[in-house]
Design a protein around this ligand. Structure first.
Ligand code: ADP
Length: 268
């Protein structure tokens, strides 16, 4: 059993990802797909006149500022075009995929962080309110297991749901991590538009092939921006029982099989 997260950055080859997943499922592998949609969301938000805004936490993690309008645009893209585009591709390849957001069946539940601390470019701290974000804390494994048992392939996307039943934007990598932990997956594959963690970003020849679990924090020094969250998610996954996390490239042929065979950055 493994969980695959495919990002939403430009350059990702969703056809190659779906070709590979179809082959793996047809050969009897059990898996769950989680996807992102960040770059298309930024584009659509610009076009709708509500450009994206990002906030940085005091510990250096960036996230999307999500007011109610942003959440609506986010849902249009993630639950709409991205999710249905992937389900359609899988259906064309003979895989009975079912697309769900974390809201559906309370699949991903977490706490909404109504007020979050942030820092501006001058290092000044401030509090952001009006924010619909949170972190996944529980996963409806019964729903996922019944879909898998009936032969469906779950294709999952943020948002998640708060305890009060509100939609909350959650980080896709960390939602995938929570899903892998809850289903006791052996491997979590995180595919993006880069070969893995690069020592000297963006030089692709500087790929770091392996990170021992105990050294993840030291390797955070090489990661900037969103890559920091991927490493944080990897650490959480390994701390909570997943044996291996692979950061792999989603721009190549057979991206999932390549990552499973150790191409990319293997963290274990
Ligand atoms: P996705 O949307 O596919 O999940 P993200 O954009 O969230 O992907 O994260 C991947 C991005 O992290 C890369 O495209 C790259 O811009 C950035 N990054 C920052 N530092 C590094 C690094 N050291 N190695 C690789 N990528 C890095």
């Amino acid at each position: 059993m493994f969980v695959i997260k495919v990002g939403g950055s430009t350059g990702i080859d969703y056809d190659a990802v779906c070709d590979d997943i179809a082959r793996l499922v047809q050969s009897g592998q059990k898996l769950i797909l989680v996807h992102g949609g960040s770059s298309l969301t930024n584009e659509v938000a610009e076009q709708l006149g509500h450009p994206p805004r990002f906030i940085t936490s005091p510990s250096g993690y960036t996230s999307r500022f999500t007011d109610r309008r942003t959440l609506e645009i986010f849902e249009m893209v993630y639950c709409g075009q991205m999710n249905k585009g992937i389900v359609e591709r899988l259906q064309q390849r003979g895989i009975n995929a079912v697309g769900l957001s974390g809201l559906d069946g309370r699949l991903w539940e977490g706490k909404r962080k109504k007020a979050i601390r942030a820092v501006d470019e001058n290092g000044r701290k401030f509090v952001v309110r009006n924010n619909y974000t949170g972190t996944v804390e529980t996963v409806n494994t019964a729903l996922l297991e019944s879909l898998l048992a009936a032969g469906y392939l779950p294709v999952l996307t943020p948002p998640a749901i708060s305890e009060e039943g509100e939609a909350i934007n959650v980080d896709g990598d960390r939602a995938a991590r929570a899903t892998a932990v809850a289903l006791k997956a052996e491997t979590l594959v995180i595919l993006s538009n880069i070969p893995g963690l690069l020592r000297d970003f963006p030089k692709e020849s500087s790929l770091i092939p392996e990170i021992p679990k105990a050294q993840i924090e030291e390797f955070q020094a090489f990661a900037a921006g969103r890559m920091r969250i991927k490493l944080l998610g990897a650490k959480e996954a390994l701390d909570q029982g997943v044996s291996r996390v692979v950061l792999g490239d989603a721009r190549v042929e057979n991206p999932v099989s390549q990552a499973l065979s150790g191409q990319g950055t293997v963290i274990q």
